[in-house]
Ligand binder design. Structure first.
Ligand code: NAD
Length: 495
């Protein structure tokens, strides 16, 4: 069985006693086991990163750029292998996994050019013979804690930016699919990154809490579910660390009566069931406004019935399994509960059967109509292939409904009316907005972040906000005068 340890100080570190199983979700078979760090391993990882920071924090921008470019080439050359690792432990299709590697790679490319964003400001002669300038300096050892659903991309939202800014990094990936991060660490070493700059600490809550309270960790970034995001933000902040914690989501797609029906149905199905709904930007609620509802439900249902479910490694598969049997049980319980609560079950995925994979963690795509906002189906983040249709009488009602939801990660509007789109952009209380685009994930030179219960902290992730998060500003005020000695002066300087 495949054994996954830690990657600390440039090499694999053998494990302690605690482990967790790794499954192939497509077959339900255990394929490996991952070490779960205790405080001793947390201390070793942080100590290695702290030691490495002594020189990496002072390394030249050109050195960092050269290594980041080399890493970029290695990730690009290994993209297939990285995608296969993602698919083997997460279950998503290889095509989808290749897409996630590509989106992560774009952040690495952004990081290659980071010196441009590390330039400071300079003001000459702010007072007589006095100049002012600012620089941005790294924080030190920073930690990243990431979820199972994008095991390649989400860590890459963090570590390329942090490392290019001069920090050293301890990554605690999801214990459900850690292998891709181990390969990334080996590629970084091959690219010439000094030992200890990038470390992978595998584990569960023990490792996370060890990092959150460790005195030598300067900042923590987190992506995962809302209750854990809140815990991370509060605990890290209480221990004096800079914290950024992205949480869960319930993303609405509003469809107006004038929308292109075919486009809207395609988008709802792609964004609702891609990656089996295990995306933080998945559409989980379609808000059908006015008289488009019946036709829209029919168009979506027709497409949903045609989705081919199977193992992620089969090129014919469109939708793979869920990540674990526990998660499958949880998502199924929402389907049972939705039916019992009186929502109309238009397509029932519970009886899906996949050839040769009787023990895989499969749930077929499931569609509910007439979902009420008081039902668990609507209030909870299900994180599976379950799409709910909520009907709204007017556009105003739809906007109000989206804004009442406690989450605010992503949302989308489908319409042909520019004025309606403009109103949506202005009034909607959500961090990322798509107009005729169902999954509005910003490219790497913007920053990614939700609002309300979908994000805690003052920053968004990657892009310019990532640079601000992983650096702190220092301002210098200097006086070089050749006009003779100054005299004692008790007035507050005023120019
Ligand atoms: P999760 O919150 O269960 O786990 C995330 C990380 O936290 C993992 O590394 C896990 O080991 C750790 N963790 C879990 N329980 C912990 C505890 N009690 N104490 C300390 N650490 C703990 O999330 P998940 O199931 O891996 O991922 C799915 C969630 O992530 C969904 O809610 C999804 O919306 C969210 N997500 C959000 C974004 C975003 O950008 N907002 C992106 C991807 C995923």
């Amino acid at each position: 069985m495949h054994q996954i340890d830690h990657y600390i100080n440039g090499s694999s570190l053998a494990a302690g006693d605690r482990t967790a199983p790794i499954f192939d979700p497509g077959t339900g078979v255990q394929t490996g086991q991952v070490s779960l760090a205790d405080q001793g391993e947390v201390d070793r990882a942080v100590a290695a990163a702290a030691e490495a920071f002594q020189s990496w924090g002072r390394s030249s921008l050109s050195t960092r750029q050269r290594i980041m470019f080399a890493f970029r080439e290695l990730v690009a050359a290994h993209r297939q292998e990285l995608a296969e690792l993602v698919s083997a432990e997460h279950g998503k299709t290889i095509d989808d996994a290749l897409g996630e590697v590509q989106r992560g790679l774009e952040v690495v490319e952004f990081a290659c050019n980071i010196p441009h964003l590390l330039k400071g400001d300079f003001s000459e002669q702010v007072s007589t013979s006095v100049d002012t300038y600012s620089v941005r300096q790294p924080l030190g050892v920073v930690a990243g804690i990431t979820p199972f659903n994008f095991p390649a991309m989400v860590p890459m939202w963090m570590y390329p930016v942090a490392i290019a800014c001069g920090n050293t990094f301890v990554l605690k990936p999801s214990e459900k699919d850690p292998s891709v991060s181990m390969l990334a660490a080996r590629l970084f070493t091959e690219a010439g990154l000094p030992d200890g700059v990038f470390n992978v600490l595998n584990g569960d809550a023990t490792a996370v809490n060890g990092l959150l309270t460790h005195p030598d960790v300067a900042a923590v970034s987190f992506v995962g579910s809302t209750p854990i995001a809140q815990h991370i933000h509060e605990t890290a902040s209480a221990h004096g660390k800079r914290a950024l914690a992205l949480g869960g989501a319930k993303n609405h797609m509003v469809v107006l009566p004038d929308a292109d029906l075919g486009d809207a149905a395609d988008a709802a199905v792609s964004a609702g069931f891609g990656s089996a709904g295990e995306r933080c930007m998945a559409i989980s609620v379609v808000v059908a406004v006015g008289d488009i509802a019946d036709d829209l439900v029919d168009a979506i249902a027709k497409r949903v019935r045609e989705i081919r479910v199977g193992p992620g490694q089969d090129p014919r598969t469109e939708m793979g399994p869920l990540v674990t049997s526990q998660h499958l049980g949880r998502v199924r319980s929402y389907v049972d509960g939705g039916e019992a609560a009186g929502a109309t079950l238009v397509v029932d995925g519970r009886d899906v059967a996949v050839d040769d994979c009787p023990d895989g963690f499969y749930l077929g795509p499931t569609l509910f109509d007439h979902v009420d906002t008081s039902m668990d189906l609507y209030t909870d983040e299900i994180f599976g292939p379950v799409l709910s249709i909520v009907r709204a009488a007017t556009y105003g009602d739809a906007i109000e409904l989206v804004n009442r939801n406690p989450y605010g990660n992503g949302t989308a509007l489908f319409t042909r009316d520019g004025g309606a789109a403009r109103r949506f952009q202005q009034e909607i209380e959500v961090g990322m907005v798509g107009i005729n685009i169902p999954i509005p994930v910003p490219l790497s030179y913007y920053s990614f972040g939700g609002w309300k219960q979908s994000a805690f902290g003052a920053h968004a992730i990657y892009g310019p906000d990532g640079v601000h998060f992983y650096t702190r500003q220092k301002v210098m005020i200097t006086k070089w005068s050749s006009t003779g000695p100054a005299s004692v002066d008790f007035r507050f300087p005023a120019g």
